[in-house]
Design a protein around this ligand. Sequence first.
Ligand SMILES: [Zn+2]
Ligand SMILES: [Zn+2]
Length: 251
Amino acid sequence: MIAPKVEDQYRWRVELSCGCVHEIYTRGKDSFPDDRPVIDPVTNQELPEGESWCMADHRTPSPYRMIVEWTSREVKELPPDPEEPQHGLDQATWSKIRCAEPRSRAYWRVKLACGHVHDSVITDADWRPEQGPELVTAERAAEMRSELEKLWELDGDLTASDENERDHWRRMIDLRWPQPSPEVACYTCRHAYRVTGYQRVGWLIPRTRPAAVPKSPKSPDRRRIEAQLSKIEAEAESLRKRLRELDNGAG
Ligand SMILES: [Zn+2]
Ligand SMILES: [Zn+2]
């Protein structure tokens, strides 16, 4: 895309539903801030109509959203998982889920229920959406639940982000741990907010004013008297006409 000239940039104040007010530029004063979709800087995809990007950190966890469309995929080769436990898991749990062999995985671009795009949902290389997710047995799900709840009991105060993760894990266990998961955390939702209003600020580079229109040499007072006079003249003319009509016996 060719960048517009700086002299063509028009400034707006845009208010978002998170409460923040940001200044944005449009090309010229006749294009409005919501004329074109805003681009999500993470996925490079358009945000839904009426949303804009707030760069502030509102300290909300990325909410989990349902996947509504599996859009496209790219297969990548991955090395074996490290032996060191990852994701805060203990050695026993990690060794159960760790993948010791190199493998290929599909990285999917998906569309979420919130309207945003997520770029790295990982599945087996040969998995296709029409197959649906794989489930664990009800017994295994119950086992996972009690293992996790025991582990979580040891933790003290929870942050909003911890709660968000735990709620997700619990929902997934209720569904017998579907793989791939039907929901993913949407980072875009942390930054995309609805535009609630905008206001003109002016040209980025103030325009030179056109030469001032010369003031009418007539003072307001003179104009008022002239108007009064022409009104009286019109009335006089109409009275004269009436008289002529009477003289001619028409009235
Ligand atoms: Zn904000
Ligand atoms: Zn979202």
